[in-house]
Design a protein around this ligand. Sequence first.
Ligand code: NAP
Length: 234
Amino acid sequence: MKTAVVTGGGSGIGLAIAERLSADGHHVATLDLKPAGPGFAQAADVTDRAQVDLALAAVRERHGPIAILVNAAGMDGFKRFTRLEFADWQRVIDVNLNGVFHCVQAVLPDMLEAGWGRIVNISSSSAQSGQQLMAHYVAAKSAVNGLTKALALEFGPAGITVNAVPPGFIDTPMLRRAEERERLGGTVEDHIQRTPVRRVGRPEDIAAACSFLVSEEAGYITGQILGVNGGRNT
Ligand code: NAP
């Protein structure tokens, strides 16, 4: 049993990951804008280092040092690049990339002290394929994949693995909001027909991959980008 922190653990993919790690027997704490999710739910905006530090201090007080971090907090955004204002660009980079920076840097001392750690960053299949109207989001998620590889090299010798899971087309509030706003280029049902496994992804599909990547037996896997996307990106 280890202490695991899941950002964005109040909704969708993060929620499923928090539930799965809890079922796996870990002490789970979630960080989200609103305190929500299973386990020890803390409110924190991942773009604000002071809020992250405060929430993690509360987690340590309750459950001890943090051994597992899954960064699932994220936000999308849809705008033609020529209409993208710098503030739009900056917010999406801030949440999806800088939030990962803050959370990883804040938990690393615990992992270094223990000589063991597992970090999984939830990026996006759009970093593999590109995605129109999402230049800021694709840039941020691509950077998360790059950051994952760099950290894997830097902290492998310290017993810490760092991997990324880029989800593709997972049925969450984020996906359904995009469908409602007609940002998907068709309905979810239309997309199912273009997905090799012929179904929409479930948050539990991502949670299963995370459960494995944070396990003891995944210790030889680091710096990898494990696509979970029904074959939409290969
Ligand atoms: P979701 O249902 O919207 O969940 C995201 C969670 O992150 C929400 O609870 C959200 O809070 C929280 N959050 C947003 N900004 C935050 C911040 N600054 N600090 C702390 N928490 C914050 O979306 P999801 O589909 O589960 O997405 C989870 C991750 O998977 C994201 O990183 C997303 O980019 C990635 N992803 C999803 C898909 C997909 O098909 N669903 C595909 C590719 C990548 P609020 O709801 O209050 O904003």
